[in-house]
Design a protein around this ligand. Structure first.
Ligand code: S3P
Length: 174
């Protein structure tokens, strides 16, 4: 079974949907942030503060390039995974990628916990910050994904069911 990758901005429900999907279709689930935290025995925010964002991106790329060579996993990826071209290659070639999209307004409403998200820590204008990040990344999300799911008017179960449907269709058509 090929890998399934979920990409998207912070707050796009990648982890919530990924876990549900893994239960539903009985595949193993990997949250790249959780895996990096476990490997490093440090929280994402600690990695950012101690080593800096650049080092975190290197860890993320090293982990993802290695792990996504294996098959049969559902990956929920950190929001910045698409920034590195090596990661974008993996997303395009090592499985099927779903981009979970939402407006910055929706994302800002969904995000309550910024401890895993140092890019948003102490941010007063959450929506404005998310919009800026979105503008920088949108082309990468689009070029890395096979399917786009607009999640604004959905709930996580709806999103999961849409992915299950798409997977069913793409198996039928292959
Ligand atoms: C980041 C998103 C976070 C985490 C880190 C950086 C980003 O993951 O990887 O804080 O650059 O968008 P989530 O998308 O799971 O919040």
């Amino acid at each position: 079974m090929r890998n399934i990758f979920l990409i998207g901005m912070m707050g796009s429900w990648k982890s919530t949907v990924g876990k549900k999907l893994a239960q539903k279709i009985k595949m193993e689930f990997i949250d790249t942030d959780d895996a990096i935290e476990e490997l490093m025995e440090m929280k994402i925010s600690e990695i950012f503060y101690e080593f800096g964002e650049k080092k975190f991106r290197e860890m993320e790329t090293a982990f993802f390039n290695e792990k996504s060579k294996q098959k049969g996993y559902i990956f929920s990826t950190g929001g910045g995974m698409v920034l590195d071209s090596l990661n974008r290659d993996c997303l395009q070639n090592n499985g099927v990628t779903f981009f979970l999209s939402a407006t910055s307004e929706t994302l800002a409403k969904r995000i309550h916990n910024t401890t895993k998200r140092p890019l948003l820590a102490n941010e007063v204008d959450l929506q404005g910050r998310l919009e800026k990040i979105w503008q920088e990344r949108k082309k990468y999300y689009m070029e890395s994904s096979k399917f786009v799911i607009e999640t604004d008017k959905l709930n996580p179960d709806d999103v999961m069911n849409m992915i299950v449907d798409e997977l069913g269709h793409s198996i039928e058509n292959n």
